[in-house]
Design a protein around this ligand. Structure first.
Ligand code: IMP
Ligand code: MG
Length: 496
């Protein structure tokens, strides 16, 4: 591990794609080195899968460093915290005998209220949906920017909490006026919202019940709440700090494939701001990318998607049923010469690409260099390197296609003081969905390595076709590839 961490005191891990690039595994891997692990953005929409001794853990809110007792874990001010999910996770961890004493929650982390979850779900049942995780993330961040949000610290001050809650809920009732009452009621009666316990016939939200519930959460959260921004700043340079990104750059509200994004800035900029630091505090930013395929969950353009719109539809509308349906079919033959859509299902099955938070099948596509180049540009920091993950998934694939450029298909589109026209080539993505949806990938085909990589320990052991591909990525981006992940466990990591 040493060379990759030489001279590094603060390491950031950020996904360059649409999330789900095994950041959780890497954070766990580096938490052997780290003394502090901090999250700065997102909320319970994130799902990190971590394997310990053959046991699978999925965390939504608790930072992945919690598994190491020597590590201080921080939930930063940029995070939206849903107390019930968080407390449920604490209970699970305690049940596994894992200590949560060394955990700190920012006093100014944003609170997710039941009304946020309700609004998220109600909006998503209408046309124009984003394909959110239904965890109330968007509405909670919206309230922050509208200056009517609540923060974790409010839970410690019942009078403040009650006044802010009332004001917030009045606003939510107005927001819900355009929606059918039966739909509102149905959502309020879902298990995610206490199966109707928080519902009030006239006022929609039962303020008294919510108040009582949240203040009881506050009592349990109290020992963890502190000024994490100041704490973290005081540790810069003296402690080894690992900043754990959530989602991925292409889901960033500021830099991603807008509007099909989450509501926080998932880049290194949002991550550092969300823990009270700046990019200048980061000694190295490790950008993760799944290779040599990638995934996306939810709506929005995906130029290299295997099976195109058919796959998007299959994974979208009826996502949850599809996961069950796919388990019935043995689509495991990785033959890219066959139909693309079926090939995509095979990749999904081999890669176990089903959402950690929602169980939806993830849409799969080929590795996309224009998108990667774009993300690397946005996340420039003093030292940037690449981590290629899930390399073992395509072990048995005879041919690997890499998207090296996009060919724009029209219509004419004005951008950056020029006109994009049909036939124009791009080697760096323009992230707007209006552009991405009309981009056809230009592929270069490479020979697959056709051997198992999951036991490999050193760069020198890479099969030549894989080594060639890794070098190709480095050459095509100008960024050093310093880590390869060839399986879910800590040991299946090659660094240098
Ligand atoms: P939200 O974050 O729940 O508002 O969802 C907005 C978009 O981000 C949707 O397309 C989600 O599928 C996607 N998204 C949110 N969290 C994750 C994640 O952890 N991995 C992958 N996609 C995510
Ligand atoms: Mg995930």
């Amino acid at each position: 591990m040493n060379s990759i961490l030489d001279g590094v005191s603060t390491l950031a891990i950020v996904c360059s794609q649409w999330g789900d690039t095994a950041k959780g595994k890497l954070v766990d891997y580096f938490s052997e080195w780290a003394e502090v692990v901090a999250r700065g953005t997102g909320g319970a929409n994130a799902g990190h899968t971590v394997w310990i001794g053959g046991k699978k853990y999925i965390f939504h809110l608790v930072p992945s460093g919690i598994l190491r007792s020597h590590v201080a874990n921080i939930i930063g001010s940029g995070v939206v915290l849903e107390p019930k999910t968080f407390l449920d996770e604490l209970d699970v961890l305690k049940g596994e005998g894992i200590s949560c004493e060394n955990l700190h929650i920012a006093h100014n982390a944003k609170l997710v209220l039941p009304a946020h979850i309700a609004l998220d779900r109600i909006r998503e049942s209408k046309p124009g949906k984003i394909g959110t995780t239904g965890r109330g993330i968007g509405p909670s961040y919206e309230d922050h920017y509208r200056r009517i949000g609540l923060v974790v610290n409010d839970l410690l001050n019942p009078r403040v909490f009650e006044a802010k809650l009332k004001r917030n809920l009045e606003d939510k009732v107005i927001s819900l006026q355009g929606y059918d009452h039966a739909l509102v009621r149905e959502v309020m009666e879902s298990p995610a919202l206490g199966s109707g316990a928080l519902y009030h016939d006239k006022d929609v939200f039962d303020v008294g019940t919510i108040r009582k519930l949240y203040l009881s959460y506050g009592e349990r959260l109290a020992p963890f709440i502190t000024d994490t921004d100041t704490l973290l700043r005081s540790w810069i340079g003296s402690k080894k700090i690992l900043l754990e990104g959530a989602q991925g750059n292409m889901l960033s509200v500021d830099y991603g494939s807008y509007p099909y994004v989450t509501s926080s800035d998932c880049s290194v900029h949002g991550l550092t701001k969300g823990v009270g630091l700046t990019v200048a505090d980061v000694d190295k930013c490790l950008m993760t990318a799944k290779a040599f395929y990638m995934t996306r969950v939810g709506e929005g353009s995906f130029p290299t998607e295997m099976g195109g719109p058919r796959s998007a539809l299959w994974c979208g509308t009826k996502g949850m049923c599809r996961a069950a349906e796919e388990r019935e079919f043995p689509f495991t033959s990785l033959d890219p010469a066959g139909p693309e859509f079926e090939f995509g299902i095979a990749v999904r099955q081999v890669g176990r690409e089903y959402g950690a938070t929602t169980a939806r099948p993830r849409r799969v596509g080929w590795f996309d260099l224009p998108l990667l180049r774009y993300s690397l540009g946005i996340n420039r920091s003093s030292k940037q390197e690449l981590a290629l993950t899930k390399l073992d998934v395509l072990d048995n694939c005879p041919e690997i296609k890499v998207c090296t450029a996009y060919c724009y298909q029209g219509p004419d589109y004005q951008i950056n003081r020029r006109t994009l026209r049909a036939g124009d080539l791009m080697d760096v993505a323009i992230p707007h969905d209006e552009v991405l949806q009309h981009c056809r990938p230009v592929y270069t085909a490479f020979k697959g390595w056709m051997s198992s990589t999951s036991h490999l320990k050193a760069w020198s052991e890479l099969p030549p076709p894989l080594s060639y591909l890794v070098n190709f990525v480095r050459g095509s981006t100008g960024v050093k590839v310093s880590l390869l992940s060839v399986g879910p466990s800590r040991e299946q990591t090659i660094v240098g």
